[in-house]
Write a protein that binds this ligand. Structure first.
Ligand code: GLU
Length: 524
């Protein structure tokens, strides 16, 4: 029997796709991209997006991981049409709740002669494997020992309680297994190398290749879009579809995601789960945009694409065959683009936990009494205006929300200052800079209550010191910046000063003079 690549009978049917994570860990970036492609394809075709939890590995699957995956999907706003919590007609959507359907499918295969029981013990098989590796240079798979046991004998051994698995009876005259991958094009695998794989283990549980086909067939999946680490499973799965007499869906295997060093993206490269990116302050829209274009392109140029556009334009034929390289810098840049598209209100809501974190950090850095995170959150609500005023100070250069605590903790130092050593050396102790003189002069201006406590008048009054002191503005302002904000690269100085307390600002200058130049408090 030779199978020709045929048009999938389901291609004209409404699209039904699924994302089928195993809850053995968090949602990995690669899995998230697979989810996005399935979701976008369903949306682009008016189809149905199904979420199925493949939790048949009892040792590695946990409820906690299920929760984390569902949370990550919701956070990315990849809402499913059928799946956990959204019952459809082909549920349930957890494999552990579908055991009956696998048993029924096995019955069908037993009846039509496509499955047979195998009584070979693990020890026997291990010994055969070791022998083949020693004498034949490799194990070609199960040798079919139990394939021809007469049905009556098999039935008697089963009835006697002999442990057994169920194997697929791969037709010996099956020509190459061919299919047309929507990404990689025509594929062909020799059937001779496919041994009679196990469908159901001796404990009655289905193997991955069996369960996944039963589910995809029973859920009416038309397109299987998944990582190309599953490519080698596909010919085996096609054999199961054929044995069950069910139509084979279209397959689209997605190239890998590599780290910048060309190796498969892994923990070594940094954050790899959706949760971690969320916690770093990456926005869901930015992550979805970034991952969508990691292996698929609209036109080869577009880097910023909205969900709407993605859901309108997504197609399988523009998926790249080459592995994609994950560029962290590009993600940060893109996130910055999305941050700047937010209204101040949206920005405040998203930044709130990081403002609270900045308060906590400020207290920690100065050695002040510890601040409770929840109290800090409440403080942000109470002082909304203050936080809104921070927006123009940092919005232009913010790429991730987790930069906020380090960038803004100086606002929470009170009357104290934490001086960055490198900035002290480079700015305050710079030879011939007379930074102490600059600081004292500026302090005089900032202490002058006749000058309005606002950015422009304070800046102008300080700038007016340049001439009498014979100093360039930079030499005047940089020491001031270090003494108030702690370093030479802070957000805009006078805009910051305006948002602070006069007494705190003066105290910080005094402390700097004292610590760096050992000037006693003779000024106030
Ligand atoms: N549960 C499998 C995984 O997480 C996916 C199976 C599939 O998409 O066919 O890798």
């Amino acid at each position: 029997m030779t199978l020709q690549p045929t048009e999938n009978p389901q291609t004209s049917a409404p699209v039904r796709v699924r994302f089928a994570p195993s809850p053995t860990g968090r949602l990995h970036i690669g899995g998230a991209r697979t989810a996005i492609y399935n979701w976008a394809y369903a949306r682009a075709t008016g189809g149905t997006f199904i979420l199925r939890i493949e939790d048949t590995d009892p040792e590695r699957s946990t409820d906690e991981n299920v929760r984390i995956i569902l949370d990550a999907m919701r956070w990315m706003e990849l809402f499913w049409d059928e799946g956990p919590g959204v019952e459809g007609s082909v549920g349930p959507y957890f494999q552990t709740q579908r055991m009956e359907s696998y048993a029924l499918a096995l019955e069908e295969l037993k009846k039509n002669g496509h499955a047979y029981p195998c009584f070979c013990s693990k020890e026997t098989l291990d010994a055969k494997r070791a022998e083949a590796e020693r004498t034949e240079g490799g194990y070609a798979g199960y040798d079919g020992t139990c394939r021809n046991i007469p049905p009556e004998e098999a039935a008697a051994r089963i009835a006697a309680g002999e442990p057994h698995v169920w194997r697929l009876k791969v037709p010996r005259d099956h020509g190459p297994i061919v299919f047309h991958d929507a990404v990689y094009g025509p594929m062909s695998f020799p059937a001779e190398v496919m041994d009679d794989m196990i469908l159901v283990r001796s404990d009655g549980t289905p193997t991955y290749n069996f369960a996944v086909v039963c589910d995809d067939a029973n859920m009416g999946i038309t397109h299987v879009i998944r990582g190309d680490d599953h490519l080698s499973n596909t010919p085996r799965q096609i054999l199961v579809y054929e044995a069950l007499g069910r139509p084979v869906p279209t397959f689209a295997h997605l190239p890998m995601i590599l780290g910048p060093d060309g190796k498969k993206l892994s923990k070594r490269h940094g954050a790899t789960s959706v949760e971690e990116y969320r916690d770093e302050g990456i926005l869901p829209d930015a992550l979805v945009n970034f991952l969508a274009l990691l292996g698929w392109s609209l036109d080869g140029e577009t880097t910023v694409i909205s969900r709407e556009e993605l859901c309108r334009a997504f197609s399988l034929d523009r998926i790249n065959r080459k592995d994609a390289v994950f560029d962290e810098t590009k993600l940060a840049w893109l996130n910055g683009v999305y941050i700047r598209q937010m209204s101040v209100d949206e920005w405040l809501a998203a930044a709130k936990p990081w403002f609270a974190q900045a308060q906590v950090a400020g207290a920690l850095e100065t050695g002040a009494a510890e601040i409770d995170f929840n109290d800090a959150l409440a403080e942000v609500d109470e002082n909304r205006e203050f936080y809104a005023a921070l927006y123009p100070l940092i919005i232009e250069r913010l790429t991730r929300f987790d930069e906020i605590p380090a960038k803004l903790s100086y606002f929470f130092w009170g009357d104290n200052v934490v001086l960055d050593e490198a900035s002290v050396k480079k700015v305050l102790l710079k030879e011939g800079a007379q930074a102490d003189e600059a600081l004292r002069a500026c302090r005089g201006v900032l202490a002058d209550e006749s000058i309005a406590w606002a950015c422009d008048p304070l800046q102008e009054a300080c700038r007016a010191l340049c001439e009498p002191l014979g100093m360039k503005a930079k030499l005047l302002f940089q020491p001031l910046r270090v003494s108030i904000c702690g370093n030479m690269v802070s957000p805009p100085l006078f805009e910051s000063i305006e948002l602070m307390d006069r007494a705190d600002v003066l105290s910080r200058i005094d402390k700097t003079l004292d610590r760096v130049f050992h000037v006693e408090k003779e000024l106030s």
